[in-house]
Write a protein that binds this ligand. Structure first.
Ligand code: NAD
Length: 423
């Protein structure tokens, strides 16, 4: 039966990758096959058509998805992605990873994810708003503050969350900020959410450097992606004295061996300019970005960018996975036993969902948190999770990825077992 269900998702390379990781952990921890079958496919997936009236009056219809990997541990929690490559399998894989991530962080959430197969850069603001509101309407039957809570992901932002919050609130008849996280502070968002993922990445990087005996001021970094996660990661590294020597985005990549002036680059990009035109760095081939020698390499854009074809070319000491699923299992096997300290995505980028949890609690309790409280609690939970992953990796001689996934999968398995099977 599990095989039949999986046939729906297996066409996606990203879903096959998530399955391979789960199978590897299941083998290592002797997970009961019945539990494995329940975890191997999402609990629920909704496919919707999202018609949008374009500014010139014609209508385009896009494919939208919302996948709930499980509802075992609490509401499904996960981002909403706008990208042309979004498909059912990718969203299902991202939802599964969210389950393990929430479990590693001990958050009372299960994994979910959503997406629309669309290039957001080709939509006007008005078209994006109509797309978002119509998508919300289409998935209304399965979302809710106790059921499924969305957040920004690639191609979506605070404004997207504000439209979802407004659409949902209009439906239920009262302001309902707890329906989404990562929304603007004025309407119930939490301070520090926008920065949380990048900040969490850098908390992990600092722990890894400390373990390796490398001082931040001796370290260099290369970051792929200069959106929410990539730009904040650059900023936080820069503030701690790490020299960011190369960055890239969908337009290309630039490098400066003396260190890029990150605040100046942030201002340049915020002014609407393309990163590749930044005068404070020279262009390099996008394909060379990941193999640029550095202490810390941070992929913070797409999945599967580190694969069998380039894994051997990495010249970093720490691989900090800001993106979800940036390293394929084949590449992972090549890195295993080498001297690259891998901070796996399910741990490294968990700062976002952690502060989303604080935001959800803040909205449910209608009790505002200060930025200081947010950052202190984020640091505490990230360092605690980092410590538990490293302790398991060392005690059982596991890779950091296997250790992290083991913690996540085993927690969900314990909860499923305790709850039993209905009816
Ligand atoms: P974003 O849309 O803000 O930024 C994405 C960045 O990736 C942009 O700079 C874009 O130019 C770049 N990019 C796109 N295609 C590229 C390509 N082919 N080569 C190089 N760069 C490319 O997205 P984000 O929110 O920063 O998310 C980035 C990654 O982090 C995704 O994998 C996402 O799932 C993951 N993530 C995000 C959050 C969050 O809180 N936003 C939390 C956890 C994980």
């Amino acid at each position: 039966m599990a095989h039949l269900v999986n046939g729906l998702y297996d066409t996606s390379e990203t879903f096959r990758m998530a399955r391979k990781q789960l199978d590897a952990v299941a083998g290592a921890v002797d997970l009961h096959p019945d539990l494995l079958a329940r975890m191997a496919a999402p609990k629920r997936a909704l496919l919707v058509s999202v018609p949008v009236r374009r500014d010139d009056g014609h209508i385009d219809t896009f494919a939208g998805y919302r996948v709930q990997h499980s509802l075992t541990s609490g509401p499904s929690k996960g981002g909403l992605r706008y990208h042309p490559a979004v498909d059912l399998g990718e969203v299902a894989a991202l939802a599964m990873w969210m389950s393990w991530k929430c479990a590693i962080m001990n958050l009372p959430f299960s994994g979910g994810k959503g997406g629309i197969s669309v290039d957001p850069s080709k939509l006007s603001l008005g078209e994006k708003e109509r797309l978002t509101r119509r998508y919300t309407e289409e998935v209304l039957s399965i979302i809710g503050p106790r059921q499924d809570v969305m957040a920004p992901d690639m191609g979506t932002d605070e404004q997207t969350m504000a439209w979802i919050m407004d659409t949902y609130s209009m439906k239920v008849g009262y302001a309902c900020p707890e329906i989404v996280t990562g929304k603007p502070v004025e309407i119930g968002g939490i301070t520090g959410r926008r920065e949380a993922t990048g900040r969490g990445v850098v908390f992990c990087v600092m722990q890894a450097l400390d373990e390796l005996g490398i001082r931040p001021e001796q370290a260099t970094a290369v970051v792929q992606g200069f959106g929410n996660v990539g730009s904040v990661t650059c900023q936080e590294l820069h503030q701690r004295g790490v020299k960011v020597v190369a960055v890239g985005d969908k337009d290309g990549a630039v490098a400066n061996a003396a260190g890029i002036d990150i605040p100046a680059l942030m201002r340049f990009v915020a002014g609407g300019q393309s990163l590749v035109k930044f005068p404070g760095a020279g262009p390099i081939a996008a394909d060379d970005l990941l193999s640029t020698p550095c202490t810390v390499l941070v992929p913070a854009a797409l999945e599967r960018v580190i694969h069998a074809g380039n894994a051997a070319k990495l010249r970093c000491r720490v691989l900090a996975e800001g993106a979800n699923g940036p390293t394929t299992p084949e590449a992972d096997a090549m890195l295993a036993g080498g001297d690259i300290f891998v901070i796996p995505d399910v741990l490294c980028n968990a700062g976002g969902v952690t502060v989303s949890y604080f935001e959800w609690v803040q909205d449910l309790q209608q009790f505002m948190w200060s930025e200081e409280q947010v950052n202190q609690n984020l640091a505490k939970l990230m360092l605690d999770a980092f410590g538990r992953v490293r302790a398991l990796a060392k005690s059982r001689n596991l890779s950091n990825r296997t250790a992290a996934l083991t913690l996540g999968v085993q927690k969900v398995a314990r909860e499923m077992t305790r709850r039993g099977l209905f009816p």
